[in-house]
Design a protein around this ligand. Sequence first.
Ligand SMILES: *Cc1c(COP(=O)(O)O)cnc(C)c1O
Length: 832
Amino acid sequence: MSSTRRGRYGRGVTTTHPLDLAPAHTPDAFAHEFLLNLNFDRGVTLAESSANDRYLALAHTVRDYLMARWLDDLTRQKQTQAKGVCYLSAEYLLGRQLDNNLLAGGLTDIAAQALDGLGLSLDELRGHEVEPGLGNGGLGRLAACFIDSLATLGVPNIGYGIRYEYGIFRQTFVEGQQVEQPDAWLALGSPWEFARPEDAQTVSFGGRTEKYDDDGVTRSRWIPAWNVQAVPYNYMVPGFENGRVNTLRLWSAVATNAFDLRIFNSGDYEEAVRAQTYAANISKVLYPEDSTPQGKELRLQQQYFFVAASIHDFLDNMLAEGYDLNRLPERVIFQLNDTHPVIAVPEFMRVLIDEKKLEWDAAWAITRQCFAYTCHTLLPEALEVWPVELLGRLLPRHLEIIYRINEEFLDAVRERYGDDELRIRNMSIIAEHPVRSVRMAYLATVAGARVNGVAELHSQLLRDKVLSDFSDFYPEKFTNVTNGVTPRRFLRLANPSLSSLITETIGEGWVTDLERLRELEPFADDASFLARFAEVKAANKRRLGEVLRERDGVDVSDGHMLDVMVKRLHEYKRQMLKVLHIVSQYEGVISGRLSASDLQPRTVIFGAKAAPGYAMAKRIIHLINAVGSVVNADPRLDGRLKVIFPPNYNVTLAERVIPAADLSEQISLAGKEASGTGNMKFALNGALTIGTDDGANVEIRELVGDDDFFLFGMSEPEVSALSDRGYRPSEFYQADEGLRRAIDLIASGAFSRGDRSVFEPVVSNLLYEDRFMVLADYASYMTAQERVDAAYRDADGWNRSAVLNVARTGFFSSDRSIRDYIDRIWHTPPVI
Ligand SMILES: *Cc1c(COP(=O)(O)O)cnc(C)c1O
């Protein structure tokens, strides 16, 4: 292919520097390159091309423009051997690539003009991309934001992960209930990836270990039972207009041996491909779990598969010949995005000891400097553990290494605290109950140079509660890095109208220096700016209305406050609290205690996927849809309360919904949401938050100020105190008439055609268990919503608050997060 390319611009085949091959930055050159791709890669003429052909050719054209920079960066990372970040994450929730890559390459206008000249529309073609949904929610999206910021800051980085053949399921609703469809995101071609089968790694499993004599030294080795090939696929990660392109390398599993031709020829086709099928299963599908681990063998296989391949890839391909392994901490930091990649720690030790023949102490000293761990949860059930039986069967040598790490660690604990057996048991990497298991978070904490939480409150709770014994033992390890979101995708691309207004007002620097949004503060009192800001919000609402009409056939009413709750469906996030608010308003009107004209017109938009095995979450989805269909159809409300629940919430939908929102619902029980990043996206796009003192809400409120944030609910210490006293939800039900009426209405079958059994489990869960204290915060939430209504009636006041939210939340750029990681954990300066 490259030889035909070289000839395209008549610059001759002897060119060695790839920059010389890049097409010129003009609409004509772009159109020419596009047509070449259409003809030579897709094999069609423009007249015969399908929309998919045109999208793929466009994607290839964008790639062509970025290629030179990518090749340069690959060379630079190898040549400089500067310290880089290997970000290990089982998930990357990337969102669509086309717009992002056009933006990063400064190509958007050129592409639009070029296509226009050919009678095509960029708008139409970008709609053709299926987003790679290789993550569940916040954790995977964070990884995507971080690699964007790393590239934009010019920090050497490889993101390592898994190329799932099927990403997060596509959600549909059938009679209001979630039905999952496979996400065949690769079906129409994946123009952004580059397969590198020649860089494949072998990853082994099972078998046994043995000791042997190596010239007088007793060593261990692993004799595995089976293996698979890990084939890397590279993706460009372009920095914003800085000429830099980092790499995201996702691994795909294939069988080591092609199928057995002899058996195939004998006619037993199934048997012939069995090994292939088995191997390919490892990267077949993303586990659609969010914050609860699934004790699935395949999941442990996935985890080991990608980290083993990544470590070997780094050592084989990125490290200079003969690199002194003792100096590795000067060259690399492996950042563990939650516990999913923690099995990398014993793998790294195994490589250093068994393969590179380092002494244990030397290997451990290196390992302890080369890993750092980010914890993402506070829910005890989300702290991943692996049964020793399973781990030992799948990775016997790794289990031995984990045992030895634990022994030495517990010796050190004993040395410090004496024979405090309770403490020893509590801190052991091996849990004895209910089954002997490896606690991956503890392993990561012992091995990591640093352990960070993802918001101030979360990091504090890690120190004080979840990992308190460890923070006592290793106080210097614990740090915080508050999450952030990339302003390129979530402001510049998602909200072009607001971006233009900002740029006109304060210049363009904000895209890479988001704190500069502060310069907007004085304009919060400028009437003409406020009018333009209001027009931007109104235009974004119209744009969302068009998307929802086209996508789901639903209408968004004019003049409504858009009240938005989009995030994974989880009880701790408390979508139920929002449902109770809606039902209370509805009940008020139909019982005649409220008149419809008292209602501030609102449209509530939900977006949420439930893990397929999470029954309660699925019931809540059903209830939201049921409430929506009753409320939306009831004439007594006079169209003043609407509930919309577009299915399949994903990054693409987030980019449309968030810029249109007036109100951002961040209503988790205090002490349960580690950070949240949705909360940041909304504030940056000028939505006001109604929220608890939880996760990064705390920091948002500190920055925005109490006057422009609707705080409600118990604080974390109050939650703990109530929990210690003994929480009885029924007491709150008895004590609050409004709450009682709302719950009774659901229980009566009003939203299930009179069938009381449908939502009975939801109701009894609330009344008798309510682990996340929905009922305890109900009254406070209702009053806060009244404050919201009152504030919204003052349109100028509301817009002023919205502008202040934008102006004061530049802190939440993932560029800032990455700078914090560099300062506090990685010590990896940008490479110029
Ligand atoms: C930002 C984002 C999330 C995380 O939302 P939270 O409100 O922080 O839970 C989840 N899914 C998608 C598609 C996102 O863009």
